[in-house]
Design a binder for this molecule. Structure first.
Ligand SMILES: C[S@@+](CC[C@H](N)C(=O)[O-])C[C@H]1O[C@@H](n2cnc3c(N)ncnc32)[C@H](O)[C@@H]1O
Length: 222
């Protein structure tokens, strides 16, 4: 079974609110600050615009935030349990959203040039090696010509000693059980990687945490 499917079954069984588990409130507050800032800077379009979250999980983070503010929300996640949970959650909250199970590296079921905003729901840093290029190419295909892409991702080196021990600095991989688990690149390399896939960066923010930093990189198709 896919590790994410396994994790969501466990989270749901344990009555968690979302992927972040006990850290949900903090993570949601941090996200709200970022999304408010992007709205204030007119990086995000007005309500009514189409919004796709990649790695939407159970929909409790940016999908819910944007749906509550009148955006036309869609989400995709590799975990079927997460998608069913997102659908249930939106029904209970009386929100509109369209959630489908899928792999962000292969989104052929979604039409090109369809979204005003594509938001990386902390999914890109879950991708390893060539998966990243595939995902960025799908984002480039799906975003409208005037649309905005927001990449929300772990950045820099991990800071906790136990994570530093598990960090393969040559490949920028944080390892778990002997396997690459997360990609953590320095901000400049992240920006280079995104630009190389046909995007112009319009705004970057780096949030410093005691565990690792988190970057928000906004870009438009170039
Ligand atoms: C760090 S979690 C964040 C979930 C959600 N955005 C949130 O903030 O609660 C990353 C999400 O990406 C999903 N994911 C990982 N790899 C994926 C892939 N290749 N395709 C689609 N979703 C993926 C996981 O199932 C998980 O829901």
């Amino acid at each position: 079974m896919n590790i994410y499917e396994e994790q969501y079954r466990l989270l749901k069984h344990n009555g968690a609110q979302a992927w972040a588990g006990e850290g949900y409130k903090r993570a949601h507050q941090q996200l709200a600050v970022i999304l408010q800032e992007l709205k204030q800077r007119s990086i995000l379009p007005s309500p009514g615009a189409s919004f796709l979250e990649l790695g939407c999980g159970n929909g409790a983070m940016s999908s819910q935030y944007m749906a509550e503010r009148g955006y036309e929300v869609s989400g995709v996640d590799i975990s079927q349990t997460a998608i069913e949970w997102a659908i249930e959650r939106f029904l209970t909250l009386g929100l509109k959203g369209h959630f489908t199970q899928g792999d962000v590296c292969h989104l052929k079921q979604l039409e090109a040039d369809s979204y005003d905003v594509i938001f990386d729901g902390s999914c890109l840093h879950c991708l390893i090696g060539s998966q990243r290029e595939l995902c960025l190419a799908e984002i480039r295909r799906l975003i409208k010509p005037e649309g905005t892409v927001v990449i929300s991702t772990m950045a820099g080196k991990p800071k906790k000693p136990e994570d530093l021990r598990d960090f393969d600095a040559d490949n920028y991989h944080l390892m778990r059980n002997g396997r690459p688990w997360r990609t953590l690149k320095p901000l400049t390399l992240l920006e280079e990687e995104i630009s190389k896939q046909g995007f112009s960066i319009i705004y970057t923010d780096l949030n410093h945490n005691p565990w690792w930093d988190h970057a928000t990189i906004c870009c438009k198709p170039s």
